[in-house]
Every structure is written in structure tokens, then in C-alpha cells.
Design a protein around this ligand. Sequence first.
Ligand code: ASP
Length: 308
Amino acid sequence: MTAIRWTLVIHGGSGSMRRGHLSDADDRAGRAGLKAAIEAGSAILAAGGSALDAVEAAVRLLEDDPHFNAGRGSVYTAEGHIECDAAIMDGATLDAGAIAGVRATRNPITLARAVMERSHHVFLAGSGADAFARAHGVESADPAWFETAERRRQLDEILANPDAPFDSAMKYGTVGAVAVDTHGHVAAATSTGGLTGKKWGRVGDSPLIGAGTYADDRACAVSCTGAGEFFIRLGLAHEITARVRLAGASIDDAADALISELGDMGGKGGVIVVSADGSGGWAFNTPGMYRAIATHDAPPEIAIYGDE
Ligand code: ASP
């Protein structure tokens, strides 16, 4: 008989969200988006579906929700474009797919999955990735689909203060999901518009396998959010799985240790983790992180602030 244990953890980005600083409307919208995504992924896992299907479904909903910095509602580049990055990984096989700098594909995470399952490659970038989407019937979208007035306002604010330190301009809001299914397989997915005002084809950690996204049935699945350059330098997502697999660390200890090391380097952000044995958790060193967890035996818990 198959065990009925499953766990799903999602995030909608880490950042400076403090109790009282977020408007009631934004607080409600963030929680509603997380609720819809955790419920969609949970329904798949509860029906015996795969971790891979669950993380893709959860991330697709967050991509379509304009309150998060992924898909629709992504941040603008300095030149006023929207360029999305995403990655997905199957912990059962170590298969992975990733895309960067796509401008015309509605759900970047579904394109990442298509790269994983329907190409010989792991990572496609730029117009070539959008062309692959068209060639494989992955839904396109006009640039206008991704655009929101609030993200335009954030870009204008940054362009008006070009001398502000780059880090102070960061508005996190990346989305991600990690799951273990009833078969004991783990998967991870991450999707982002990157950083507001990014230039020169900058790509962060989110689509880099091992930096912002990693999954291995022998340990755990990891999705990151935060100042990508630091996550890349630490190889953070893979480092957590390595400490769980090789050093026998718990997912909580490994996540706490890596976020502490990130902080020591000057980096800010957070991480969600699910272990192959069913536990789920997170760590972050920002005031808040949009996050939710659901398991086979507990209803979804949704939180934004550090004290929840
Ligand atoms: N990690 C993402 C990046 O560096 C940003 C984020 O998490 O919001 O592109």
C-alpha cells in the first residue's frame, strides 16, 4: 500500500514586509494568492499525484497572480522590458529544466518543464527559449499581459534614484514550491522576474540549478528567494541538499546554517525546504517572507511576517 504522507511548501518572496507596513489590501491579496496556490498543489498531492505536477501547478497560479514577481506582475528591467527566469527539478531522476530572460511565454515554469521533458538541454535563454515555447505549444503572451502599474512605479522610483545602493532597491517577490509526494519523490520549482531595474541580461539564482533551485530524493527539495548573487556564490540550494545527504543534517538545521552564512556575506533572503521523509520548513533573514505549508494531516498554514 502506498503511504498517504505528502507535504507542500510554497513561497511568494522574501523582503521588507513588516506588520503594519503592508496595506491591508496587499496583506489580504498576498494571503489569497498563497491560499489558492497551496490548495491547488495540495489537491494534486492528496489525489496521489506527483510532486512535479504539484509544484508546477502551485507556481503557475502564483505566476498568473499580479501581486507576485513572476510571470504576470514581474518587475521591469532598466530598459522597461519584463524578462522572466524559472527552473524546475525532479528529485527522483535529477532531471532539470530552466529558462532565463523570456519575454513572451505566459507561464515560465511550464516552459522550464518543457525544456526538461522535451529537449536534450537543461537551460535555454532569451529569444531562443521563447522560440522553443512556440515550437512546443507552450502558451505565449503579449508583453502587456505581464505589465502592472505598481511594477512600473517601482522602476520609475529606481530610475529616479540611480545613486541609491543597488541592494536598497531590491523588491523581492519571486515564487517557488517544494513538495514530497505519496511515492516519496521530491520536486522543486522557482520562478521570478528577477530584480527591478536589472541590466545587461542579468540573471539571478532562481533558474540556476543548484543555486536557487534543487531537488534530490536522497535528501530534499529547495527553492530560494532573495539577493540572487549571494545564493549563486554559495550554491545554496545544492549546499542544503548536500548537508542533508552527506552530513546527516536536518532540513531545519541545514536551512538555518545556510541563511546564516548568506547573512554573514551580506546577503538577504529566504529558502523553503521539504525532505524526502516528509518534513517541511523554511528559514529567512528578512523581516518577512510570503509562505505557506500544507501536509496530509494538517490544513494549510499561511504567513507573511517574521513573527507568525
Ligand atoms: N532571487 C531572485 C533573483 O535574484 C530575486 C528574488 O528572489 O526576488 O533574481
